[in-house]
Design a protein around this ligand. Structure first.
Ligand SMILES: Cc1ncc(COP(=O)(O)O)c(C=O)c1O
Length: 449
């Protein structure tokens, strides 16, 4: 077999050329019949190959918080590619990985001070789960092997992440996954919470379910609890008031580590550097990804508290302390992109901007109450979700139609999960663009069959 030149000298694709790519988390056959193709992007907009503007209402996949193709970030990546393309971070180092770790540790609360890099959110989650298990073992508490997740949680697609995750379609095809996992109940109850702006009043008590789970397995067998501070991919479920604080207290009572999966909530989405800061609850381990490079170069990781890092720094100094890592942990391009991204967040005050825009954004989202098919609306930070009544044609059909109509007819990119439409724009969105976004969304809902 051999590599060939592109069959089309102008680089364009014909429809048959779409066949080889098995697209991730995509209805492949529907996409290939009617592609939603993106060719370039700038600031708040994508552009199709024929130049049509598409508003990015989703920050890509919750990652492009600084907006698209921002000059300082682009330049930093270009310069880095020319200066140092790759260097191993196993037994060697390069300065920007250390510099970025320092910056991240300054953004995370309390003594969340030590950063371990991975290549994605899923790898960050696996890293967090493995560090939790290993931590108890190095402390001489090797019986703590159970991991507790939550129904409707999303923690990426590794076997660790789908085991503690709670989205049934992500789990049911993949066998028995990790053993020794249990789940807290999810926190959504439409009767109690419908059309809540911000955190619902109802549901804080659901954290007490951890007492029941601890009673069932005995607390001494539980290593860690992992939750998203705001469940995102399941359709945006803001934490009920008091819930996270209660979870923290119960974990402390039983010596269980608390992991916040902040892959989508960190770096400004909720108007703060982290959800932990917004909610005033500090986990033992925090995952991050996406917004750290504003989606430009893949990167993920975890931040751990001092006592966790210190527990590993024992034994002969020539010995590796944690047998874990990825070839691309702290990749030079990702590190350079991360530094330029954090600088952009700082110089443009984008976290504060998100905080200031939040009421305006929530008002605009809630103004769609009463639009056809809308059963519930939830908002938190620069995030909104709309539950649509499922159509008679089947679950997910109506939201799929909304995504298609949004792209082809209204020029807006939407994110769907089941029959929920989520809206999470880049944090550079202007007030006029907020009106444009929800105006388009309203039109989409009104044209649904
Ligand atoms: C909370 C959470 N954790 C983990 C992940 C997985 O990240 P990745 O797709 O980069 O592996 C995601 C992705 O959306 C996420 O929302």
């Amino acid at each position: 077999m051999t590599l060939v030149d592109s069959p089309n000298p102008d680089g364009s694709l014909s429809i048959n050329d779409l066949d080889s790519l098995w697209m991730p988390f995509t209805a492949n056959r529907a996409f290939k019949k009617r592609p939603r193709m993106i060719a370039r992007a700038k600031d708040m907009y994508y552009y199709t190959p024929d130049g049509k503007e598409v508003m990015d209402a989703t920050a890509g996949l919750w990652c492009v918080n600084a907006g698209h193709c921002r000059d300082p970030i682009v330049k930093a990546i270009q310069q880095q590619a020319a200066e140092l393309d790759f260097a191993p971070t196993f037994q060697y180092g390069h300065p920007k990985a250390f510099e970025l770790a320092n910056q991240i540790s300054l953004l995370t609360p309390d003594d969340l001070d030590h950063v371990f890099f991975a290549g994605s959110g899923s790898e960050g989650v696996d890293t967090a789960l493995k560090i939790s298990l290993a931590y108890h073992r190095v402390k001489g508490d090797a019986a703590r092997t159970r991991l507790i997740g939550r129904e409707r949680g999303y923690h990426g697609v590794g076997f660790g992440g789908i085991s503690v995750g709670g989205m049934v379609n992500n789990r049911k095809h993949f066998g028995t996954m990790l053993s020794g996992v249990d789940h807290l109940p999810h926190t959504y109850n439409r009767e109690e919470q419908a059309f809540t702006r911000g955190q619902p009043e109802w549901g804080g008590h659901l954290a007490d379910e951890l007492h029941r789970i601890a009673g069932l397995h005995d607390p001494s067998t539980i290593a860690a609890v992992i939750v998203e501070p705001m469940a995102g991919s399941t359709g945006v479920l803001p934490p009920p008031r008091g819930y996270l604080k209660r979870l923290r207290e119960i974990c402390d009572q039983y010596g269980i580590l608390l992991i916040f999966d902040e892959v989508i909530s960190a770096f400004g989405r909720l108007g703060f550097a982290t959800a932990a800061e917004r909610f005033g609850v500090t986990p033992d381990i925090m995952t991050f990804a996406k917004g750290v490079t504003s989606g430009t170069v893949p990167m993920g990781g975890v931040v751990v508290r001092k006592h966790i890092y210190d527990a590993f720094m024992n034994g002969p100094e020539h010995m590796i302390e944690l047998f874990h890592g990825y070839t691309y942990s702290g990749h030079p391009l990702a590190a350079a992109a991360g530094l330029a991204t954090l600088e952009t967040y700082k110089s443009e005050g984008l976290f504060e901007r998100a905080r200031e825009l939040e009421p305006r954004f929530a008002d605009a989202a809630m103004s769609l109450k009463g639009s056809p098919h809308v059963e519930d609306i939830r908002t938190l930070g620069m995030t909104a979700a709309f539950d649509l009544t499922p159509s008679a044609a089947g679950a997910g059909e109506r939201a799929f139609e909304a995504m298609e109509r949004g792209f082809h007819e209204q020029g807006i990119m939407l994110r769907i999960t089941g029959d929920t439409v989520a809206v999470t724009p880049p944090l550079i969105i202007s007030e006029t663009q907020i009106d444009e976004l929800f105006g388009k969304l309203d039109t989409v809902f009104r044209t649904l069959t």
